[in-house]
Write a protein that binds this ligand. Sequence first.
Ligand code: MRU
Length: 346
Amino acid sequence: MSATIPHIHWTDGALRLLDQRRLPHEVEFVDCHTAGEVAQAIRQMVVRGAPAIGITAAYAVALAADAAWRSHGAQWRTAIAEPLAVLAAARPTAVNLHWALARMQRCMAALGGAAPGPVLAREAAAIHAEDIAANRRIGEFGAALIAPGSAVITICNTGTLATGGYGTALGVIRAAHAAGTLTEVFACETRPWLQGARLTMWELQDAGIPATLIADGAAAALMQRRHIAWVIAGADRIAVNGDAANKIGTYGLAVLARAHGVRCMIAAPTSTIDPDTGDGSQIPVEERGADELVSFRGLPVAPPGSRVWNPVFDVTPAGLIDAIVTEHGVVEQPARHGVRGLLRGR
Ligand code: MRU
């Protein structure tokens, strides 16, 4: 089985998504014919990762517009408001979702009287292709910061599966490996969905990058015992002051990194920067159901009636981040500079 199976695949009138919940042991696809089905796939984690969510939602807009055109003809715009709202609410933290919907709405506004579906599908494909190109640039910029002989820690999955392709933090890791500067990647398993164990290890093995899986709780001991050069993580939303929301556990890694002299890099496209969010306290953090913690694949693990708090992202303050790497360049010490300057290129 290969980690290069197309994971977001548009064919006329349908979006085929690789079901990331079942990887790496089962390869199954979910076919979405409506924007509502796409929103459900996003909510249920069939597709996940901030840029991948944005790309998927963009294709869903083409599906919604096509359906609205068939049902309402020239009045199609009135019928698309509801599916757009459902898509926007699918997951709250990844701002790439809102960024992609806003771009699709700008495209819709510029349309004439012809059927909207094909033009919007082309716009979604452009967003998809641009994301892959952005990730390659992020990889180059990030890898330039990595000295020869470096071991790194990463969390969650930030690879092809989480993006249009190649990956953000995992793109930096790919580029550093290609440059010969990387000795080893430690992948945090990333409870409760195990994106690190299931998806990142799969992608790293597929790419031939030396990788070791660790329990999330082993990161401190690893930094104590081994020389780790960088924590490299992605982001779901970056505030203009440089605070960055990412998978739960990233903040803990950043605190540990500071305590052990390890540097902390956040790698993300500029579509992850939210110009309307001044600092991390304004970032909505998704909390998911108790079932994700009290059971594992349907098997109960906690005693019945256990009270649960399940935030799935946390916010790393800019002061703990050494570099934010985007396709438009790098901001070192973002606490001093903020990231607004990076928005000029987007
Ligand atoms: O809940 P998920 O799997 O969607 O969370 C994904 C992450 O937190 C990633 O690290 C982040 O989206 C960056 S992906 C390039």
